[in-house]
Design a protein around this ligand. Structure first.
Ligand SMILES: C[S@@+](CC[C@H](N)C(=O)[O-])C[C@H]1O[C@@H](n2cnc3c(N)ncnc32)[C@H](O)[C@@H]1O
Length: 408
């Protein structure tokens, strides 16, 4: 049974979370149990924040960085596990490159916005319990009661964030109602990025949601209707995610990644990341690959739907995909997709994988190329010599299959 509960009934139409089997209900409660998709997401965020801060704080032009969470939560879960603000702060204070970052209150501001007064209070208490009095910390940590959709811009202004890098995390219970204008203001700021999460309920409740909210979130009605009619209920999330990914590009980001986080049990979570930095894209993907996935957690590319996967697996028995030395079906599929548009060098394939797919990186191009050549799926120019980044690949001529009518 699915239990859908409203955070504050009547007020936040979209502020809901779905839990399986009545696992928990948060409602007005201050704390709620940690679920598997949140835990999976935390592991990814920790990795990414640990990469983001030292990179920027060692840039000569950067004087300060601002990290803002729009939906901060109470700072911990019912069994005492960390909420995102606690590990975000720890990722900086306990970083092994802390000295190189030259942390100071002038150089790092972390803003945590939380709508509920009780959760806001709890968050302050939880952070001070671990880190001591916040105003004595070597970085500025601000916990503020506020609403992400209306208070993000003013908080960034008040804390003098503009003109320097900002990382904005908008991680609601599944409601994305941060206006496109807010995202766009961050996108247009130098070296700034956002991470926005969607819970599964977001996609299924769209029928009941006031369409003007979509207009605000996606930027315009045209922006969220651009892909034609949204797909049916089961596949609808792919539509909404890719439309939101495009909305981030409209907002001013140059790159946007979308993917599904699939924990070993429980519901998936959907995440879109926007940046102007190709290095940011690489770091984000590195964080995905470095997250401990021993428990079976996966990151999926929303564009590889079940039909596409089945089609690819017909080309290559899926048995091979279980071999860690063999490039996965999805990766080879993306390379073939690109080559369908014309020949491409291994380097160009690498660029495409980095910027156009959810998790593949430039180095995977060589891996895929070798196997597609070995399988006879592609040909190369020059035909001999070592395979290099300059080698150009083309789709191989496919032999007529049995059952193809003979000509003449
Ligand atoms: C999914 S929880 C955040 C969890 C937290 N980021 C973490 O990972 O530990 C969402 C939080 O956003 C708060 N919230 C809901 N609507 C909000 C809004 N419009 N602005 C700011 N906070 C909001 C809720 O009270 C809740 O504590």
């Amino acid at each position: 049974m699915l239990v859908v509960e409203s955070g504050e009934p009547g007020e936040d139409d979209l502020d809901v979370e779905v839990e399986a089997g009545g696992e928990h209900s948060h409602g007005d409660k201050c704390l709620w149990p940690l679920n598997s998709h949140t835990e999976a997401k935390h592991r990814l965020y920790k990795r990414y924040i640990s990469a983001w801060a030292p990179i920027l704080l060692q840039e000569a032009w950067v004087h300060k960085v601002t990290y803002l969470e729009g939906f901060a939560g109470p700072g911990e879960y019912a069994a005492g596990q960390d909420g995102s603000p606690a590990y975000a702060i720890r990722s900086l204070l306990q970083h092994d490159r802390r000295d190189a970052m030259r942390l100071s209150r002038d150089r790092v501001t972390m803003i945590f916005l939380e709508k509920s007064a009780a959760r806001c209070e709890h968050l302050k208490w939880r952070l001070e319990k671990e880190f001591g009095v916040l105003r004595d910390l070597p970085i500025k940590v601000e916990v503020e009661q506020g609403r992400a959709e209306q208070d993000t811009i003013s908080a960034l202004t008040r804390h003098d964030a503009w003109g320097e890098p900002i990382l904005g995390i908008f991680d609601s219970f599944g409601s994305v109602r941060v206006p496109h204008s807010t995202i766009s203001r961050i996108a247009r700021n130098k070296a700034s990025e956002v991470i926005v999460t969607f819970g599964p309920i977001w996609f299924s409740r769209r029928e009941t949601i006031n369409q003007s909210i979509f207009d605000e979130v996606f930027g315009s009605r045209k922006a969220w209707l651009r892909g034609g009619a949204p797909a049916d209920a089961d596949e609808g999330w792919r539509y909404w995610l890719s439309v939101y990914q495009k909305a981030l590009l409209d907002a001013g980001f140059d790159y946007s990644l979308q993917f599904e986080i699939l924990p070993v049990s429980g519901h998936p979570l959907y995440l879109v990341y926007g940046t102007k930095s190709v290095k940011g894209v690489l770091e984000f993907k590195n964080a995905m690959w470095n997250v401990d996935k021993d428990d079976g957690m996966r990151f999926n590319d929303p564009r590889t739907n079940a039909a596409r996967q089945a089609q690819l697996e017909q080309m290559w028995p899926s048995l091979f995909d279980e071999d860690p030395d063999v490039a996965p079906t999805e990766l080879r599929g993306f390379v073939l997709d690109l080559l369908e548009q014309g020949p491409a060098s291994v380097a160009a394939i690498g660029d495409y994988l980095l910027t156009e797919t959810a998790r593949w990186r430039p180095k995977d191009a060589m891996w895929a190329a070798k196997q597609l050549l070995a399988d006879g799926m592609v040909s190369r120019a020059p035909t001999g010599g070592q395979l290099t980044k300059q080698t150009v690949l083309s789709l191989a001529e496919q032999p007529a299959t049995a059952g193809t009518p003979a000509e003449g």
